[in-house]
Design a protein around this ligand. Structure first.
Ligand code: NDP
Length: 454
């Protein structure tokens, strides 16, 4: 029993690191979680007796496989893919697929681990999983992407199903990739059912799914500010990324009266002091989704903006920051720049974009901090609603889905307040990290206890 021997997080982590050597992102995600959950477990001996934390940090299963495909020159190419089925205690595995050269087992385990508690927070019956491949869709033709997706699904289809495991998109996997993957699944299985979410509207997709993560994140941010008697109205907002999450976060923030000053990609960021309003955002969506261009092209079109190569946007003076690109994109120096400019709130659109010491600095300096598990749960929540619509063979209206999304984000915020009001942070701020971790933990842990030793 580790807790009899171990008194603190470092001791728990030393065992976990030994068992999972060379997986730094996974270690980071577990450390953040364990630091808040271990004190709670100590106060609730049932979880301790049932070794819940040890069991929760071990995935149910990991499938690793080769993906062989042909490029346009006829050459054979090989990639490695994974599906991490982390925990199905409260529902079928659910979580996206990521295509990016930086994808490793460590990255997918961190994502699958966090997904388990995020899905729990939504209140919907979804377990946690994540998958992907070290395939880089950038610079590939549509035909090459299709060839890769078909080959990947030819193995993946053995492991997924509407009551088993339901993948969705993530970095590098958007509408095009989900369509190719679903087309191949349907062909292999000869069944038309909701095995992937983020599908096109003509074949079982849900309205608002595309927008859901970005919109949901801004709804959560608005709730944090409202709780402090404030709002997004007239706030300056800095956003990183220019993909799915970033563009729809920018859209909703603008709609709620904020001015969005920046967007970025892996080559740098653009700063537009006039604000990136609806017309400019349409240009960005077309640039990134259709032409698959670079964010620097924004400045060719809009002279009000400047491009800053190889830099991140966190030094730009703002009230609210919403990192929406990738993990570990806000380090301690960045956090100090943000607090130096008196940032009021940081809300994570991406998964684990903030390093641990940066997160602690922001909270200790009095900024509201919305962690990814809570703040970006809107995407998977609407994926859950897509599954419900598929099962019911119904399509809900845009207004209906948006209303449900808003309700889910408000509920998540309320759960964070319930478990995160510690009175230990400046400004009497809610500790949303503690709140999200404990609220997400309880539902999964109670189900695991009920199942016995499985
Ligand atoms: P996209 O592929 O649509 O966009 C990703 C954006 O981030 C692009 O602008 C990309 O730039 C940039 N980016 C990716 N990797 C890096 C990097 N290493 N350094 C700098 N910039 C980078 O992905 P999404 O918008 O879907 O996902 C973004 C984040 O949100 C991820 O953390 C994802 O896990 C998380 N998320 C996504 C959900 C969804 O529904 N899509 C749900 C919940 C979380 P470039 O074009 O140069 O690669």
């Amino acid at each position: 029993m580790w807790m009899e021997k171990c008194k603190d997080v470092d001791c728990f982590m030393s065992g976990l690191i030994k068992r999972n050597a060379g997986q730094p992102e996974f270690h980071q995600a577990v450390r953040e979680f364990a630091a808040t959950v271990i004190p709670f477990i100590r106060d609730n001996p049932t979880y301790l007796e049932n070794q819940i934390l040890e069991r929760m940090t071990e995935p149910d299963r990991v499938v690793t496989f080769r993906v062989t495909w042909r490029d346009d020159k006829g050459s054979i190419r090989v990639n490695r893919a994974w599906r991490v089925q982390f925990n199905n205690s409260i529902g079928p595995y659910k979580g996206g697929l990521r295509f990016h050269p930086t994808v490793t087992l460590s990255v997918l385990k961190f994502l699958g681990f966090e997904q388990t508690f995020k899905n729990s927070l939504t209140g919907l019956p979804m377990g946690g999983g994540k998958g992907g491949a070290n395939f880089n869709p950038k610079g590939k033709s549509d035909n090459e992407v299709m060839s890769f997706c078909q080959s990947m699904m030819t193995e993946l289809f053995h492991h997924i199903g509407p009551d088993k495991d339901v993948p969705a998109g993530d970095i590098g996997v958007g509408a095009r990739e989900i369509s190719y993957l679903y087309g191949q699944y349907k062909r292999l299985q000869n069944q038309f059912h909701g095995v992937l979410t983020g599908k096109g509207l003509s074949f079982g997709g849900s309205l608002i799914r595309t927008e859901a993560t970005g919109y949901g994140c801004v709804y959560f941010c608005q709730e944090m500010l409202n709780h402090r008697g404030d709002s997004l109205e007239n706030k300056n907002v800095v956003i990183s990324g220019s993909g799915n999450v970033a563009t729809y976060a920018a859209e909703k923030a603008t709609e709620l009266g904020a001015k969005v000053l920046t967007l970025s990609d892996s080559s740098g960021f653009i700063h537009d002091p006039d604000g990136i309003g609806p017309e400019k955002l349409e240009f960005v969506k077309e640039l990134k989704e259709v032409r698959r261009g670079r964010i620097s092209e924004y400045t060719d079109r809009f002279s009000s903006a400047t491009f800053h190569a190889d830099q991140r946007p966190w030094a730009v003076d703002c009230d609210v920051a919403i990192p929406c690109a990738t993990q570990n994109e806000v380090n301690l120096d960045d956090a100090k720049k943000l607090t130096g400019n008196n940032v009021m709130a940081v809300c994570e659109g991406a998964n684990m974009p903030t390093e641990l010491d940066a997160m602690n600095h922001l909270m200790q300096a009095g900024a509201l901090f919305g962690p990814a598990k809570a703040a970006n749960a809107g995407g998977v929540a609407v994926s859950g609603l897509e599954q419900s619509q598929n099962a019911l063979r119904l399509s809900w209206s845009r207004e209906e889905v948006n209303e449900k999304l808003l309700g889910i984000m408000k509920n998540i915020h309320a759960k964070c307040v319930q478990y995160g009001e510690t009175g230990q942070l400046p400004n009497d701020n809610v500790n949303y990290v503690t709140g999200a971790n404990i609220a997400g933990f309880i539902k999964v842990a109670d189900a695991m206890v009920a199942y016995g030793a499985v």
